[in-house]
Design a protein around this ligand. Sequence first.
Ligand code: DHB
Ligand code: FE
Length: 281
Amino acid sequence: MATLLGGLGTSHVPSIGMAIDRGVAGTPDWKALFDGYEPAKAWVREQRPDLAIVIFNDHGNSFFLDKVPTFAVGCAEAYAPIDEGFGKPPFPDFEGHRDFSWHLVDTLVESRFDPMICQEIEVDHGIQVPMRLFFGEPGARWPVRVVPIFVNCIQYPIPLPSRCHELGRALRAAIDTWPGDERVVVIGTGGLSHQLQGTRAGFVNPAADRQFLVDIAERPDMLAARSRETYVEMFGSEGAELIMWLVMRGAMNERVVTRHSHYFVPASMTGAGMIVLENAD
Ligand code: DHB
Ligand code: FE
């Protein structure tokens, strides 16, 4: 049986990736943010995961508004990182795990989730930035294989927070019934508070963000019961990406321990948060 090592959460702000690319991660503007990830990176190195299941949203790069799946699962051999306008990303493709992906899709359908199945798809900053933050720069190949789960956070209506939490439980069933001996981490991405558009563009809510980093560990049912409108009010229209952390949390035990967490605001227009959770029992 596979081993679930932990659940990680992080923001996925694209300029974090650009700060790495341009060699400015150690400058005063960025150092505190990157330093905050060092304990999480050390945790990842110690735990030696070989499979990362990453829940993220595409931002109009792989899916445009003409076709947006509510939930989708990558079932590809590999996932190329998309050039979002700043050149070809300076790291290799993410190697996939097709057999686990198909097992996940089977389990989801049997759990009455019906995801879109993607056998050829590229991936944007929603996954690129979290992978770089937790695994560092990979050299010739990434140290883990990747299974991406796409959640629509772009085209309303986005899925209910409670539905995302349930999706996480179905993901856990897939991990628990997988016959392989992979060492697995589940990564929820996006958020924390940010609004990139409209009259509230630039909105951040550091108090709500800091409370979310506590509640995701201790009160996930409360977070799952909130409405989508509440997420938009509290965290901004793009801050509603936090529903994807509930997928990660749903895959964990009811009781978890927070090993590491960090918060930095603003990273670009976002309250940038990170958490490392382990199952308590
Ligand atoms: C920003 C944050 C995001 O989550 C995103 O997808 C794009 C941009 C930002 O703060 O710049
Ligand atoms: Fe985003």
